[in-house]
Ligand binder design. Structure first.
Ligand code: ZN
Length: 138
């Protein structure tokens, strides 16, 4: 499945960028020509990151339209759903894409681990294992 392999690459990139810290939101630029189905991508993401530090994080997709530029008359056109690669202004076939093929990690929100109390550098696992209230000195 297309989305799963994209998510695996993405998860590896995010993990490299964050060094294994818990992640809240992953921001992506996704070009139109990638033909990614957002719902499928988000579903694949929850599945791929399960049991990793990225578990529970969400994807924020920024969709990038596909833009075709003519090499002959330099007109740039938003590529329509028919995906014609000829210049609509002069009919030239000498065109190239300036955007639309992106699949880029742009930013990551890392979970803020700074504790509000004096509890110190406890990881999530440690916090889960301690009953509520056990950390208070009373
Ligand atoms: Zn043209």
């Amino acid at each position: 499945m297309h989305e799963v392999s994209l998510c695996r690459q993405l998860a590896a990139a995010v993990t490299r960028a964050t060094g294994g810290r818990p992640v809240e939101t992953v921001y992506l630029r996704v070009g139109e020509l990638r033909q990614v189905v957002p719902e499928a991508l988000e579903y694949a993401w929850t599945f791929v990151v399960r049991g990793t530090p990225l578990s529970g994080s969400v994807l924020e997709l920024d969709h990038v339209p596909a833009v075709l530029v003519c090499d002959d008359c330099t007109v740039s056109t938003r590529l329509g759903p028919e995906l014609g690669f000829r210049c609509p202004a002069c009919g030239s076939a000498r065109t190239h894409l300036t955007s639309g093929e992106e699949f880029v990690l742009t930013a990551v929100d890392v979970h803020d681990e700074t504790p509000s109390g004096p509890s110190g550098p406890l990881g999530d696992d440690a916090q889960r294992g301690i009953p509520h209230g056990a950390l208070s000195p009373s």
